[in-house]
Ligand binder design. Structure first.
Ligand code: HEC
Length: 138
């Protein structure tokens, strides 16, 4: 291959890429807007576990900015999380529940009554796993 081809091909690809990119992004935005929104039905027993130990930091009303940015449980039911986001958030929950790292250590020390019991932890963990799996097969 001549030197010219080696130089010209990358330049052309570069130009094509950057002229197509804005159009691709526009299409993606449009398809996101027309996508159906997903929401999860939270049964009462799960809701009460979340209310007790998670919702204080992981809802739109929370003053814990970092907590609600990472996980906003209101978006499970209001359709504001995309399908992919929901799956990712459920996976994140499964992770922290497996590690037993939520609520955070400091919070657990301060509010021992809000610590998840072993039973609650496993009920919630089973539920998030099933929800994640259901969404993936939808
Ligand atoms: C006292 C506030 C508080 C409570 C209560 C709390 N969290 Fe969190 N959570 C946080 C904060 C703050 C972060 C962000 C931590 C970070 O980025 O270091 C977080 C992060 C997370 C994440 C994302 C982890 C990651 O790395 O992306 C998940 C999932 C999560 N929490 C689940 C839960 C669940 C489930 C409960 C209830 C069992 C819960 N949290 C209770 C404050 C809280």
């Amino acid at each position: 291959m001549s030197k010219i081809v080696k130089v010209i091909i990358p330049i052309i690809s570069f130009i094509v890429f950057f002229t197509l990119l804005p159009k691709l992004e526009l299409n993606q935005v449009q398809s996101i807007n027309t996508k159906p929104s997903y929401s999860i039905l939270i049964p009462a027993n799960i809701q009460s576990i979340l209310d007790k130990s998670c919702i204080g930091c992981h809802s739109s009303d929370s003053k814990n900015f970092k907590g609600k940015m990472k996980l906003n449980l209101d978006h499970f039911t209001d359709g504001k999380y995309s399908k992919g986001k929901l799956i990712a958030k459920l996976r994140g929950m499964a992770k922290v529940l497996t590690k037993k790292s939520m609520p955070p250590k400091k919070f657990r020390a301060k509010y021992p009554d809000k610590v998840l019991t072993a039973q609650e932890n496993s009920v919630l963990l089973d539920w998030v796993k099933v929800q994640g799996h259901d969404l993936m097969t939808k």
